[in-house]
Design a protein around this ligand. Structure first.
Ligand code: SF4
Length: 349
């Protein structure tokens, strides 16, 4: 089949299924895939659209944790199957950062933190870029999810209430939020997941307001100060917009560190003739460049998330035509109540 024939076959199926089918695509998906999506957004935005829709078949073009979050939100409160199915066209597309934190490892760290600091109120906060069982861990202990867009609000809320926070899995998002909130370096510590006891003594645990898990997005964590210097030299006067999954010392050099949604909003609000350096995934940078010919947009450094790039038009067509069970994403119903509590606590804040 040619690309045009594949695209035409996808369009025909979409027309035939009407409102019973919802195709969602993350901003980092390839533009050829995005062209067939009913909605394009960040992971949480898309999961909320899935939950609010009437569609019984939801196809999530993205990585695993995103489709899981959609499945958590389209089930009943106790994990009941309400007949709404979530599919991921490229089931091997995972998120290396989400896989850096397991519920078992977090449970073990949680027990050690509680033993070292029994008089404090610790709360887990997890980035939505986490597995369903990590969200369930968080919900079980009264914690909340957060996104790169609302993380500052979520952390501030719990810190203002006097809580101490175990944040997982992205150390850099956590460090960027704490820098913005004005917390000094010695107020937080890193739980190094490969070391016994996270490499922390009981005294360091007791002195910390926040402990961050040592996970990271291998894509955004790769940005360096050298990248910033080289890009600024090549584009003097350009405004640097960077994702807060980048290391804090690098993000601190940007005019704005913000979520994909905030980066897109800043570009859309730009006056004609503006010059921008964008520090995020390349599929989005390319689409922004194509959509805004009146601006000069360059990548801080071109970086591609291979997992996000796994979804192809052929995958999408096979999913829509055959509905293979192997591409269906089903969260263990036993995890749903706690995982849902974790996500809904964030939505209520
Ligand atoms: S860009 Fe980073 S956080 Fe997003 S899916 Fe890829 S590895 Fe995970």
């Amino acid at each position: 089949m040619t690309v045009a024939e594949t695209a035409a076959a996808i369009d025909a199926i979409r027309r035939g299924q009407g409102d019973d089918l919802l195709i969602l695509g993350h901003h980092y998906q390839d533009s050829a895939v995005v062209a067939h999506c009913d909605a394009v957004g960040d992971s949480l935005e898309l999961s909320r659209i899935a939950a609010a829709s009437k569609a019984n078949r939801i196809v999530f073009c993205g990585v695993r944790f995103m489709a899981e979050t959609a499945d958590i939100l389209v089930r009943g409160p106790r994990g009941e199957d309400l007949g709404r199915r979530v599919y991921q066209p490229a089931p091997s597309a995972g998120c290396p950062m989400a896989d850096m934190a397991s519920a078992d490892a977090l449970e073990a760290a949680w027990a050690q933190i509680a033993a070292a600091d029994p008089d404090s109120r610790w709360v887990p906060i997890v980035y939505v870029n986490s597995t369903a069982d990590v969200k369930a861990f968080c919900g079980r202990y009264g914690g909340s999810a957060c996104t790169s867009g609302n993380g500052l609000r979520v952390l501030r809320r719990f810190l203002d209430q006097g809580a101490k926070i175990l944040f997982a899995p992205d150390q850099h998002l956590c460090a960027n939020i704490l820098r913005t909130l004005g917390y000094p370096e010695d107020s937080h510590a890193l739980w190094q997941r490969e070391l016994p006891d996270g490499g922390l003594t009981p005294d360091v645990i007791r002195r910390s307001r926040v402990i961050a898990w040592s996970g990271c997005c291998p894509i955004h964590a790769g940005f360096t100060s050298e990248d910033v210097a080289a890009a600024r030299a090549a584009a003097p006067g350009a405004t640097l917009l960077i994702h807060p999954e980048a290391p804090s010392p690098v993000a601190a050099q940007a005019e704005m560190a913000g979520s994909t949604k905030e980066i897109i909003a800043a570009v859309e609000a730009a006056a004609p003739g503006g010059s921008y350096l964008i520090g995020t995934e390349q599929h989005l940078v390319e689409r922004l460049t194509a959509d805004h010919p009146g601006l000069t947009i360059r990548p801080l450094r071109p970086i591609v998330c291979e997992d996000m790039g796994k979804t192809t038009l052929d995958d999408l067509l096979t999913t829509l035509r055959d509905w293979p069970e192997s591409r269906r994403v089903t969260v263990d119903p036993a995890l749903v109540p706690d995982a849902r509590a974790c996500v809904e606590r964030m939505l209520a804040l």
